[in-house]
Design a protein around this ligand. Structure first.
Ligand SMILES: [Zn+2]
Length: 338
C-alpha cells in the first residue's frame, strides 16, 4: 500500500458494520481526500488521507483510480466489490453526477460513470454530509430513530434530513440549512454569504463565522470558535454577544425544522460539536423558549466525528451491491439489505 495508507485506528478499528461484501470509500473534501476499505467482517482495515487532486477532473479520476488499484492488489477475496464516493456540494445521487461543487470548481461532473469505466467496479455517489448523516442514523447517535436532523457545523453549516428511516436528499438540494436566511428581509445588517445571498444561518452560526465575527467586534483575531468560547467563559462581553447571536440563529433554524419535520433528535457534528454541552445547553434553553406544542427533539453530539462520511459511504456501497444482486442469485449477507 502507498505511504499515505495506514492501518486504521480507533474509533474505526472497533467499529463493525456487519458481514458483507468488501467495499472502498472515498470521502472527498476541498482540501483532503479521505479513503478506506471495509472487509467482509465489516471492519475498516486500511484507511488514509491525501491532498485532493484539484487540477482537472481527469487528474482527480487518475488519483482515485490509482488508489483503487492499490486495493485491487489485495488477495481476491479481500478486493473491494463496490466503491462509494462522497462529494461536497449538490449531488444527483441517482445520476451519479456532482451537479455543483464550488470548492472543487466542479459542475456536472459524471463521477460514477467515469470511475466505473476506469475500474470496472460499481460506483455510488453521495453528498458528504448526507453520508455522514447516514452513518449516524445506521450506527451512531441517531440509531433506531425514524426521523432526525444531523447538523454539521464547521466552516459552513449543512445537514442530513432523516425522514421515515431514510436520508431525504431532495434530488441533491435538501439539507442546506446553513443557507437558510435568518435575517428579516428589511435587515440592513445581513452579512454576505459565500453562496451569493446574505443573512444566511452560516454567516452567524458556523464555527468560522463565530471566529470571524468575534474578531470584527473585538478587534482581536482568533484561530477558531474554541477561543471565542473560552473568552465568553471568562466573561468577555464581545465573545458572549457573538455566541448569543450564533446560538440564537441555530435555535431559530432548528425550531423551524422542528415545526416542519418533527425530528426525534437533532445531532450536532462538525468542529463546533466538540464544544459538547457548551453548545447543546444554550441551544436547548432557546428551543424551550421558542417552542410551544411541538415535539421536543433530543439534542445530541454526533458519534463518529470526521470519519462519519467514510462509514456512511461504506453502508451505501454495500446497499448498492444488494440492489444489484439478481433476484434468485447468490445473496450477499448484509444487515443493510432492505
Ligand atoms: Zn448562504
Amino acid at each position: 500500500m502507498r505511504s499515505s495508507v495506514q492501518t486504521t485506528s480507533p474509533p474505526l478499528a472497533s467499529l463493525l458494520l456487519g458481514r458483507g461484501a468488501p467495499v472502498l470509500v472515498f470521502d472527498v473534501g476541498g482540501t483532503d481526500l479521505k479513503f478506506g476499505d471495509v472487509d467482509e467482517d465489516g471492519r475498516f482495515t486500511h484507511r488514509g488521507t491525501t491532498p485532493t487532486a484539484r487540477g482537472s477532473q481527469e487528474e482527480f479520476l487518475d488519483q482515485l483510480s490509482g488508489l483503487v488499484a492499490t486495493y485491487q492488489s489485495k488477495p481476491v477475496a479481500e478486493r473491494p466489490r463496490a466503491i462509494a464516493v462522497n462529494a461536497p456540494g449538490i449531488v444527483d445521487a441517482d445520476a451519479g453526477v456532482v451537479v455543483s461543487a464550488v470548492n472543487l470548481g466542479w459542475s456536472n461532473f459524471a463521477v460514477s460513470a467515469a470511475l466505473k469505466a476506469r475500474t470496472g467496479l460499481p460506483v455510488v455517489l453521495g453528498n458528504d454530509v448526507q453520508m455522514a448523516g447516514l452513518a449516524e442514523h445506521r450506527l451512531g447517535a441517531a440509531k433506531g430513530l425514524r426521523n432526525a436532523l444531523v447538523m454539521v457545523i464547521g466552516t459552513g453549516i449543512a445537514s442530513a434530513v432523516i425522514l421515515d428511516g431514510e436520508v431525504y436528499d431532495g434530488d441533491g438540494y435538501a439539507g442546506e440549512i446553513g443557507h437558510a436566511r435568518m435575517e428579516p428581509l428589511a435587515s440592513t445588517v445581513a452579512m454576505p454569504c459565500t453562496c451569493g445571498a446574505s443573512g444566511c444561518l452560516q454567516t452567524m452560526s458556523s464555527a468560522s463565522a463565530i471566529a470571524r465575527n468575534y474578531a470584527a467586534v473585538s478587534g482581536v483575531p482568533v484561530e477558531g470558535a474554541k477561543e471565542v468560547m473560552a473568552a465568553a467563559e471568562a466573561g468577555d462581553p464581545a465573545a458572549v454577544g457573538v455566541l448569543n447571536q450564533a446560538f440564537d440563529g441555530l435555535a431559530l433554524a432548528i425550531a423551524q425544522s422542528v415545526a416542519l419535520l418533527a425530528p426525534q433528535a437533532v445531532i450536532f457534528g462538525g468542529g463546533l460539536s466538540n464544544a459538547g454541552d457548551a453548545l447543546l445547553l444554550p441551544v436547548a434553553a432557546r428551543l424551550e423558549s421558542i417552542l410551544s406544542f411541538h415535539r421536543r427533539p433530543l439534542l445530541r453530539s454526533a458519534h463518529f466525528g470526521p470519519l462519519a462520511g467514510l462509514i456512511g459511504g461504506a453502508v451505501q456501497a454495500r446497499r448498492l451491491l444488494c440492489k444489484e444482486q439478481p433476484t434468485g442469485g447468490r445473496q450477499t449477507p448484509s444487515p443493510w439489505r432492505d
